[in-house]
Design a protein around this ligand. Structure first.
Ligand code: SAM
Length: 226
């Protein structure tokens, strides 16, 4: 029976690899990854010589058929993304679903847990994380205002991913819609310029507008529960 592993990898600091992730990446026949150059850096660090194949949201059906053929031959495959946990705002869920559709219970789909920017940000937030709403990346235009209204209405902690290009726009919207609720921004987690800052949207706007060099890198926004 072929095994298909979904493997979490570091979100910045390459030391954040589990022993199991390293062992399995060495043992499998092929590693499916978003960008082979990004994954190569990780594999090189751990002297993993397993071949790689790119797989992403827009991969052609012929690529999926190739993956199926390998699995029919009994080959074991691993899926990683550029960083963090595959399928969480990353490619992979369609592939996993197609694999289940094709092989049913004749394939073992196994998860090798690892870092995720979402969970890291939530655990560093200090906000209640027993229950939370995760919104992935917010839409750029259509539906954006509706989502901010939803964030304002929910009593739950809300987390989402944001890019440096839109963080100021997003803080302006949060200022308008959620007012005084506490917000935490986790930037560049596990990396050299890692920082976690919190305050109201208005306070965070002042902070970033006063420190434009900090409007760089990767961001997770967490809005406190109420
Ligand atoms: N699947 C990944 C995970 O589990 O962490 C997330 C992939 S998503 C395409 C990438 C987004 O995650 C970035 O745009 C950013 O919002 C967030 N992110 C990833 N790494 C991060 C980091 N080191 N610090 C803060 N946010 C990060």
């Amino acid at each position: 029976m072929s095994k298909f592993y979904i493997i979490g990898t570091p979100i910045g600091n390459l030391e954040d690899m589990t022993f199991r992730a390293v062992r399995i990446l060495k043992e499998v026949d092929l590693v499916l990854c978003e960008d082979t150059r990004v994954t190569k850096k990780l594999l090189d660090k751990y002297e993993i010589k397993t071949p790689t194949l790119s797989y992403h949201q827009h991969s052609k059906i012929s690529k999926i058929e190739k993956i199926f053929d390998l699995m029919k031959e009994g080959k074991n495959l691993a899926l990683v993304s550029d960083a963090g946990t595959p399928t969480i705002s990353d490619p992979g869920s369609v592939l996993v679903s197609k694999i289940r559709g094709e092989f049913g219970n004749d394939v073992e789909v196994l998860v090798v847990p690892g870092p995720s920017a979402l969970i890291s940000a939530l655990s560093g937030s200090g906000f209640t994380a027993d229950q939370f709403l995760f919104l992935g990346f917010l839409p750029h235009k259509k539906g954006r205002e509706t989502l901010f209204k939803e964030i304002a209405e929910t009593k739950r902690t809300v987390a989402f991913y944001e890019s440096p290009h839109r963080i100021i726009k997003t803080l302006n919207s949060l200022n308008e819609f959620v007012g005084d609720r506490k917000i935490m921004i986790a930037r560049e987690l596990t990396k050299i310029y890692e920082e976690i800052v919190s305050g109201t949207a208005g306070e965070l706007l002042k902070y970033f507008e006063g420190n434009p060099v900090k409007i760089k890198g990767e961001f997770v926004v967490v809005v406190s529960n109420k």
